[in-house]
Design a protein around this ligand. Structure first.
Ligand SMILES: Cc1cc2nc3c(=O)[nH]c(=O)nc-3n(C[C@H](O)[C@H](O)[C@H](O)COP(=O)(O)OP(=O)(O)OC[C@H]3O[C@@H](n4cnc5c(N)ncnc54)[C@H](O)[C@@H]3O)c2cc1C
Length: 399
């Protein structure tokens, strides 16, 4: 089917990718509403993409070989061992991923949104008014516009999802992710330029890998998960903001529990550039209802341990494009999309919970773990293989 008008709420990764899908599907009029001004470009740190998922998305024209990336082959897990510079090696595993700067992936998608798409920045959507065969989008300035279909690509606090499923909110997982980057001069750390590192400590872990710095060099990208001090994870809400006390706790934790080599690299990130991200779970009963559909984090927030958030967002767009190509009416397109994505989203959330339990809530005694113990522990979380569990994102279904 072709023609029709489509509003995309949110112009980040899922928003740009679904705008591309709608254009390829043949929509006549596509408008993206993004509440941020030009600031998206400068935001974000790193993201990892599994090689197999990259290959699928590249073949479909959503990601591109020209975007700068780092090749990661193995993931080395370590823990502190006295003052030993690199600590105790817990285990090593294959890690067929690519490291990206978040902004590079977003920039590339944004640049590929066709010029026929009306991408509006500083445009906040406050309300959606669905009717029998369309949806009216209401903006903060009071303007109203009606579309045949609305795509909710507006992230984990989605207004589109709130309209589809009133009261359905992300659930706080009970711990925080801290993110940052620091300089990685090319004359140091030769091994870490192609390796992901994970430092395990009691009550959490930190993943560290190189990403492009945007100027032909590299940066060390890290994300650390830990329960905030003094919190009962089962009862407490997420801290609303980064406080000096939380920052101090983070710095002390890194100093005390990281092998000195990795502590130094993480602590190179200035406090004011360290981002705090409460970790949430969210799944929806349906990806599409009526004339509204959800994509990316608006539909599913799986914990970042799954290594597949951005991949899932872009896959959502590709599956939507394929549903569009198959034709039929709007009900057929939205129904085919819903049938594919709802189950994938739920599986990602479930995997994230399992990984969070093992890697944050109930961490093992890393210092006593060797390669054999590590392999058994990892497999226990994946119920077989990484591939089947969806680690790094699920493979797309073949027609
Ligand atoms: C600035 C930024 C930086 C990020 N950096 C990283 C990173 O470094 N590493 C990583 O793994 N993940 C990062 N993420 C998260 C990552 O983009 C998502 O987990 C995943 O890729 C899915 O993206 P998404 O487009 O569904 O959601 P998001 O990326 O969360 O995008 C949602 C978009 O919707 C817009 N929006 C929300 N509400 C409204 C509204 N009412 N009206 C109009 N627009 C609205 C937001 O401004 C935002 O641009 C970042 C997200 C953002 C927004």
């Amino acid at each position: 089917m072709s023609g029709g008008s489509v509003a995309v709420i949110g112009g980040s990764i899922a928003g740009c990718a679904t705008a591309i899908a709608a254009a390829r599907g043949g929509a006549d009029r596509i408008t993206v509403f993004e509440r941020e001004g030009g600031r998206l470009r400068e935001s974000g740190v790193g993201l990892g993409m599994h090689n197999d998922r990259y290959a699928e998305l590249e073949a479909a024209g959503y990601v591109h070989a020209s975007t700068p990336w780092t090749e990661l082959n193995r993931r080395v897990w370590t823990s502190r061992e006295g003052d030993a510079e690199r600590g105790h090696e817990i285990g090593v595993q294959p890690f067929p991923f690519r490291g990206y700067g978040w902004g590079d992936i977003w920039n590339d998608l944004r640049a590929r949104v066709p010029e026929t798409v009306d991408y509006r920045s500083d445009a906040t959507v406050t309300t959606l008014e669905p009717d029998a065969d369309g949806v009216t989008v209401v903006l903060k300035d009071g303007a109203r516009e009606r579309f045949d279909v609305v795509i909710g690509a507006d992230g984990y606090r989605s207004v589109v999802r709130e309209t589809m499923f009133p009261g359905l909110k992300p659930g706080y997982a009970g711990y925080l992710g801290w993110r940052g980057t620091s300089p990685l001069p090319l004359d140091e750390g030769v091994a870490e330029q192609s390796e992901a590192q994970t430092v395990g400590f009691p009550g959490g872990h930190c993943m560290i890998y190189p990403i492009p710095d945007g100027q032909g060099g590299l940066r060390t990208n890290w994300i650390l998960y830990t329960i905030p001090p003094g919190q009962d994870p089962a009862a407490a809400p997420a801290p609303p903001e980064r406080t000096p006390e939380l920052m101090k706790h983070l710095q002390a934790l890194v100093t005390d529990h990281f092998p000195p080599y990795w502590a130094e690299r993480v602590l190179r990130t200035p406090a004011e550039k360290t981002l705090m991200q409460p970790i949430y779970d969210l799944e929806v009963p349906r990806y599409a209802t009526g004339r509204m559909l959800l994509a990316g984090d608006a539909a599913t927030v799986a914990r970042p341990h799954t290594g597949g958030g951005a991949v899932k967002a872009i896959q959502d767009a590709l599956v939507l494009e394929r549903a569009w190509e198959k034709g039929g009416d709007w009900d057929a397109v939205l129904g085919a999309y819903d049938a594919d994505r709802t189950a994938v989203g739920a599986a990602m959330v479930e995997l994230g919970r399992r990984l969070g339990r093992a890697q944050v809530d109930d961490t093992p005694d890393w210092s006593a773990m060797d390669q054999g113990g590590f392999d058994a522990w990892w497999q226990g979380q994946h119920q077989g293989s990484d591939r089947k569990s969806g680690f790094g994102g699920h493979a797309l279904k073949r027609d």
